[in-house]
Write a protein that binds this ligand. Sequence first.
Ligand SMILES: [Zn+2]
Length: 544
Amino acid sequence: MRLRLTALVVLALGTVTVITSAQGPVLSAPARAAADRISAPQLAWDVAHLASDDLKGRNTPSPGFDAAADYLIARLQKAGLTPAGDQGGFRQHYDLDDTRLDTTRAGLTIGARRFAVGHDVAMRTLGLPKSGTVPVVYVGHGWTVPARGIDSFAGVDVSGALVLAHGPRVTPTGVGISQVGRVTVGARSVIDEAARRGAIGVLFITQASELLRWDDLRSGGQVRREMVPNVPSAYATPEIPSLLLSPDATRALLEGEMLDGYAALQAPEGGPYAASFRLKKSVTLDLPLAQSTRLRPFNVVARLDGTDPTLRAEVVTVAAHLDGAVGTREVADDAIYNAADDNASGSAGLLAIAEQMATARPKRSIVFVWDSGEEQGLWGIRWFVHAPPVPRSAIVAHVNVDMIGSSRPDTAEPAEGVKGVTRRGEVYMLGPTVLSRQADALITRVNAEYQGVQLNRAFDRTDSEFFYPRTDAGPFLERGILTIGFNTGTHERYHLPSDEARALDPVQMQQVARLMFSVVWAVADAPQRIGIDQPMPASVPRHP
Ligand SMILES: [Zn+2]
């Protein structure tokens, strides 16, 4: 009976699709005319400005980012969009603490010996620093993999203690832990599990391959930049600190304990390791702060009200991160990380879409977001999802615009540096195939009707790092919101000073921006609300 009912529903849905497609074009004539006004020269002009040396890559926060925001806001005002930030303005601020360790006093005291941070002990992540004399609990590799019956924390109480584990990059031998970005599917890392069980921090018995990099590692991890209040996400910085121990510190810590320091250091990587136990000695951890500075970065947010008196309460969000990944290393005598493709291209594309959408409004409302801090931890979009200017339940779908400016020559054997880039007239599509048959069908239809871009679904799979995480789509997915993304792929200039405007393809940008205009329109103007109609992949962490 149940099966038959399902078949009937499917049949009914199929009929609806047929009727809809017989209803004529998705884009109204004014909508199509508006999309046609998105032009390669204007996109090129805007990208050249946003990615100019003057703006220095638009780091978060920085004068260059502020200047880029001013540029956008002037244009949004001119186009008649409604401010949707704080207090009637276009800027949506959030608090961010920049916390720095006092390295002159930070360290670990084991018995009579002191191990200073930056010398015998290295910070891996600062976390919310804690100080005090506390017990230590050894947990081997520290992983928790419920499906395999692996629980490193079984039988020990780590509450208020420091957890001692081998690492930071070991996994149990013979157990494949599939990791997509910062998400470990079906497994919890030692830091996540230690924090969950109330430990105050993690000490790593540093593996040999990491000790080789000690000169780089010892000065790392001494700054923490995170939102206040923190917004839960797989992208959030761990709340507890973790530290790497030198071999000398490991031996001092394990002297006179059940597990000898020499044996611990010589254990094969991945195990088998000794059983978990609580050490007899306590240690004193000092992580005093030199300073904490409150920063106020912001997103640029604009709203376009829909035309339908009922449907205008529903919203499609469209975002492009305005910030760039600004490095400190000079490459080929160039110290400015212009971040042209990533993501002046998406920012300019989104500006064009917003300006033209304002001339032909769909039934539902649209919120346009140029977010900040994407490259440093998705700060801006996490904050937007936490505190949207509309009820979160009103968000029908989220469209993500990240890197839309590249193309490669249409040759059989593409050059090494552009293998990941699409051909002109081709774009990677992320999200709808996995999450929504309705959205996929709608996009296929409007694309066939208008731009006829080749939709490449190679990364539209749950095991692709481009599906989840790595982009602003993550925080929306974590809250069960349909996400649709487009990009033209990664290349040799990615996150380097050579990501400059002159390397981009304005014709490609025009085509992708017009496609995205048509997709946003299709979703915002659809008679029925579309949404997720497929099971949410298990690899997506949920933060309701
Ligand atoms: Zn990006």
